[in-house]
Structure formats: structure tokens, C-alpha cells
Design a protein. Structure first.
Length: 87
């Protein structure tokens, strides 16, 4: 589990926006799509591993995976979210 107290130390490497812990509903939805082979990251690689959590940008445009309590804050690992998806 990611420590929320550390969120103020990280930001989106693409836009510099603040990040927030993604809602459980977003993670469940993404994990279902990952299981179906429907999710690609910013480098156009198929995301094959389910997410434990995610960090979503303030505008809700992208999510960074968190697995084992460790966020992957690499631009190529970002997952673009559908418009209207809530962090």
C-alpha cells in the first residue's frame, strides 16, 4: 500500500501535475481490461500485470501503475485514461 504522506514528493514526469491515489473503481476497471489484453502504456506496450494501485494526474488524463507499494513514475509506463474517468 502506498503511503499517502509521500504524495507531495512526487509529480507526473510528463506534465508536472500533482498525483492522487486512484479510486478502487478505476483500478478494478483497468485490471479487467488488462486481463482482456486491452491496455497499452505510453510506449505502446501491452500492460500484462494487474495493478495494486495507481497514481492519477490532477486532470485525470493518465495513471501511473503502483505494484507492491512502489509507483512506476516513468513517462513510458503511463496509462492514458479515457476522458471522464475519475482518478
Amino acid at each position: 500500500m502506498l503511503d499517502e504522506k509521500l504524495l507531495h514528493l512526487v509529480q507526473c514526469p510528463i506534465s508536472g501535475q500533482t498525483l492522487q491515489i486512484s479510486s478502487p473503481a478505476v483500478i478494478v476497471d483497468l485490471n479487467e481490461k488488462i486481463a482482456q489484453g486491452l491496455v497499452r502504456d505510453a510506449s505502446d506496450q501491452l500492460v500484462e500485470s494487474a495493478l495494486d494501485q495507481g497514481l492519477t494526474t490532477a486532470d485525470g488524463a493518465r495513471l501511473y501503475p503502483v505494484r507492491g507499494g512502489i509507483p512506476t513514475l516513468i513517462a513510458d509506463a503511463a496509462i492514458e485514461l479515457d476522458p471522464g474517468t475519475v482518478g
